[in-house]
Design a protein around this ligand. Structure first.
Ligand SMILES: Cc1ncc(C[n+]2csc(CCOP(=O)(O)OP(=O)(O)O)c2C)c(N)n1
Length: 553
């Protein structure tokens, strides 16, 4: 067996059926070993596309996403995809090929120090220098990627190592010095929280991506049913708690709902579950939940006290802590508080002005939400459309709202939708993108066409970089510096040139029929919707302001 075959055998031992990637000289041994391995390889059109596709696959299935690339430019093209996965704690294994060991450090052809480059953006990375370490490294990489707080792990393998012959066996056990994720924490802290819940008059729960990653949403739902505490979500937590539940108050933070932001500002107990208190959520930290006892439940000790002070920390897997909490917690006397937040929810819903002459971007999202009944996989790109998707797509199921939250990576949506569709072949996958971001990985339509993936890509086309324009409109006196393109591209025609179905929507009356046609079409379909270019995402909290000081809404 060669080293490359050993790596592939390791992937199979980990249950990998599908990998994404792009070959090159240093990767040829690996690609040769893949040839008749039984593992499906999806050839993206750009390594960044491969990385995001593997990421979409991982987020939508809960499995580890695997992505391969060659040395030098192949590896550096993965960097944005790795950083995106790292910020959102996505379990992934990246395998890059390196120039031969004797060529390392000599500015050899297509050489890049990818372990050096990715050290700050991986959970861990390896450079394998001996063939006998290959299988052990693959096992460790998968273990690190999927346990504790998940994240991307990179394995860099020089070409000569993949070419060496040897006897390889996949290790049965793992022993990593210094890496011991904490699955079970201290139950007395949960008792402390149960006592605080009993006492609180105005409690709130704030859920994030950690709940999705832990897969603990049914345990969470039982806890809420028992205690009646109202719920707000971060962008990454959307779908973990059904958007149509009475106690759900919407997204928190910069583009959160009035109710969510008011409730958290006024609460006396805030229970953060699988969240990292990102600056887009807290606004001015000193005014964030100023009256509240703050509880943080998370698997990663590094998150505690990182952004906000924590009064009670509950470390451990949410699958461990939430059932225990449900068991111990008793509802407090919160009827008046429930009445208050539900009144806010009633009086101050998210809203926008419909206008019969132009298509409002929010109405595109609402229409998709209605057609799919909030149950489809919805993958977004980054910008205004992403925030409208978060606000107006009533996501009812976990793991189905897929978006680059932490890094905010334009170009993510289309390839991630491809990965989500490949991971969920019987489900419906929609992607919503802006006319800016779609251009960043538009070549991946060819990948979708090659595999006849029935993804439905909707471009909310506001003729420019909408989110940039919004900030320029509000904070820069409408000086629209470099946020408008000087040429117009017929995106539907571009999609058709790649072999997808292209539809252009310009009139309000064309929207619903086009979305329905896309919903029923069983190949890749691309709808370019021309929308009003003046719309702002509201409400909005200016960066650095307290979250109850909102513009609009
Ligand atoms: C790779 C990358 N470059 C730049 C940005 C900064 N940025 C955030 S939103 C945005 C505009 C997005 O425009 P578009 O894709 O058309 O979406 P819209 O805001 O109009 O919905 C930009 C440039 C980013 N998030 N990612």
């Amino acid at each position: 067996m060669t080293g490359a075959q050993a790596v592939v055998a390791g992937l199979k031992a980990e249950g990998v059926e599908l990998v994404f990637g792009y070959p090159g000289g240093a990767a040829l041994n690996l690609y040769d070993a893949l040839y008749d391995s039984g593992i499906t390889h999806i050839l993206a059109r750009h390594e960044q596309g491969a990385a995001h596709a593997a990421d979409g696959y991982a987020r939508s299935t809960g499995k580890v996403g695997v992505c391969l690339a060659t040395s030098g430019p192949g590896a550096t093209n993965l960097v944005t995809g790795i950083a995106t996965a790292n910020m959102d704690s996505v379990p992934m294994v990246f395998i890059t090929s390196q120039v031969g060991t004797s060529l390392i450090g000599k500015d050899s052809f297509q050489e890049a120090d990818i372990t050096g480059i990715t050290t700050p953006i991986t959970k861990h990375n390896f450079l394998v220098k001996r063939p006998q370490d290959l299988m052990k490294t693959v096992k460790e990489a998968f273990y690190i990627a999927r346990t504790g707080r998940p994240g991307p792990v990179l394995i860099d393998i020089p070409k000569d190592i993949t070419g060496m012959e040897g006897d390889f066996t996949y290790p049965e056990s793992i022993n990593l010095r210094g890496y011991h994720p904490l699955f079970e924490g201290d139950p007395s802290k949960i008792e402390e929280l149960a006592a605080a819940i009993k006492k609180a008059k105005k409690p709130m729960v704030f859920v994030g991506g950690g709940l999705r990653i832990a897969g603990a949403w049914s345990e969470f739902a039982s806890f809420i049913e028992k205690t009646g505490i109202p719920v707000v979500s971060s962008l990454m937590g959307l779908g973990c708690f059904p958007a149509d539940h009475e106690l759900y108050l919407g997204m928190l933070g910069m583009h959160g709902t009035y109710t969510a932001n008011q409730s958290v500002t006024q609460c006396d107990l805030l229970i953060g579950i699988g969240v990292r208190f990102d600056d887009r959520v807290t606004g001015l930290v000193s005014k964030f939940a100023p009256e509240a006892l703050i509880v943080h439940m998370d698997i990663d000790p590094a998150e505690i006290n990182k952004n906000v002070r924590t009064d009670i920390k509950i470390l451990g897997d949410l699958k461990w802590s939430l059932p225990l909490l449900s068991q111990m917690a008793e509802p407090g006397d919160i009827a008046a508080w429930q009445k208050q937040v539900l009144a806010w929810k009633q009086e101050r819903p998210l809203r926008f002005e419909e206008n019969g002459d132009v298509i409002k971007p929010q109405s595109v999202v609402k229409a998709i939400s209605d057609i799919t009944e909030g149950s489809a996989f919805l993958v977004t790109d980054v910008g205004q459309h992403q925030m409208w998707a978060a606000q107006y797509y009533n996501s009812k199921k976990p793991r189905r709202f897929i978006t680059s939250g932490g890094l905010g990576t334009m170009g993510y949506g289309l390839p991630a939708a491809i990965g989500a569709q490949l991971g969920n072949p019987d489900e419906t996958v929609w992607a919503i993108a802006g006319d800016g971001g779609i251009m960043m990985n538009i070549q991946e339509i060819a990948t979708a066409v090659e595999h006849q993936l029935p993804i439905k890509v909707v471009v909310i086309n506001n003729q420019g970089l909408g989110m940039v324009r919004q900030w320029q409109r509000i904070f820069y006196d409408q000086r629209y510096s470099c946020s408008r393109y000087g040429t117009e591209t017929d995106l539907a025609k571009v999609a058709e040139a790649f072999g997808a179905k292209g539809i252009k929507v310009q009139e309000p009356g064309e929207l619903i029929p086009a979305l329905q046609e896309a919903n029923n079409y069983c190949g890749p379909v691309f709808i370019d919707v021309l929308v009003c270019d003046q719309e702002n995402v509201l409400p909005m909290v200016p960066a650095g302001a307290p979250i109850d000081q909102m513009i609009g809404g």
